[in-house]
Ligand binder design. Structure first.
Ligand code: ZN
Length: 329
């Protein structure tokens, strides 16, 4: 091989190396993202702000960014973000200031978390350090962690949702809880179709907010997600119904049950597949009314976007969970 051939080979090798994406450039898997988040939470947690509250606030912010058009979706491993005046200070002439000294001078909250000398909102460590710093200060001023959270969010529903997420993460000691389940046992006799928006005759003109899954009396009803039981009891439309809030700002509504699982109470944490009750035909009247329609599970999903809660169609999700459940079987 002469010199020119050798150079040609090196050029080819160079092109090959540039054109082949290295492992580091590949998008991380969901498991890797969970692990990176956990290491951030552990690095910045404190006795006042334990890791599962950092994780819950981060997840809450991710949830609202996914559904709100007026909020930017933060790029990065973490989703926590602040308005620029919160970061740089209300009277700071430099809105995008990254100097810790001038930010502090103008009363901004932005801090340097990775000790590179700048307080930069695009850096995950800086964002987490800033959140912890703010909550510590609010805790000192207001006296309790709850009061510090209230000062930050000023929204009871938001804080309730954050407690729900934190309690679930704490119990399972991880944020890797994406598993789902179909609400009816896959081997049972059942049928359902997409009836979103169909009108209902009873109780005036109401839109049908959910999916009806027809099955025999007594068929077990499973929770579709990790969540906390928020509501459990009688409602004149839903009969015996149970409401569960999950990790994704979604409230799951299971109605017309014949009975609840006897071991469950409001505040309990459930998992995907936990039996929460049994199919029935309760509802459309005063407590105990039953049999006014064929037995079925009415399943509804409601999204909290940080301001209001609205119903969305559960049918597409049900199709996915059913397919996953059939694959497992
Ligand atoms: Zn229904």
């Amino acid at each position: 091989m002469n010199r020119f051939q050798l150079i040609f080979c090196f050029v080819l090798l160079g092109i090959f190396l540039i054109a082949t994406p290295s492992h580091a450039q590949q998008t991380p898997s969901q498991e890797e993202i969970y692990a990176q988040r956990m290491s951030y939470y552990y690095e910045f947690e404190s006795p006042i702000v334990p890791w599962y509250y950092l994780a819950a606030i981060d997840q809450y912010e991710r949830n609202i960014q996914a559904v709100r058009k007026d909020l930017a979706t933060r790029e990065g491993i973490l989703s926590i973000q602040f308005p620029s005046h919160f970061w740089s200070g209300p009277f700071n002439p430099s809105v995008e200031d990254t100097s810790p000294a001038t930010i502090a001078y103008f009363g901004g909250h932005g801090l340097d978390g990775n000790e590179d000398g700048i307080a930069d909102q695009t850096q995950d460590a800086d964002v987490l350090r800033t959140l912890v710093g703010y909550l510590h200060q609010a805790h000192r001023e207001a006296g309790t962690f709850q009061a510090a959270l209230e000062k930050y969010y000023e929204n009871e529903q938001a804080i309730n949702q954050i407690h729900v997420i934190a309690n679930i993460y704490k119990k399972y000691n991880t944020v890797a809880l994406a598993e789902r389940a179909f609400p009816i046992p896959i081997r049972a006799n059942y049928s359902y179709k997409g009836t979103w928006g169909a009108s209902r005759g009873w109780g005036g003109r109401r839109m049908h907010e959910g999916t009806d899954l027809f099955a025999s009396y007594g068929t077990p009803v499973h929770s579709t997600s990790y969540g906390v039981i928020e509501v459990m009891g009688w409602n004149e439309y839903g009969g015996w119904r149970i409401g569960i809030r999950d990790l994704y700002n979604t409230y799951h509504y299971y109605a017309h049950l014949s009975s609840f699982h006897p071991d469950l109470a409001i505040g309990d944490i459930v998992e995907p597949g936990t039996i929460i009750g049994y199919v029935g035909s309760s509802g459309y009247g005063k407590e105990g009314t039953s049999g006014k329609f064929p037995p079925h599970l009415h399943y509804g999903m409601y999204k909290f976007d940080g301001r209001t809660e609205w119903a969305f169609d559960p049918f597409p999700s049900l199709l996915i969970w059913e397919r996953q459940a059939k694959k497992k079987n």
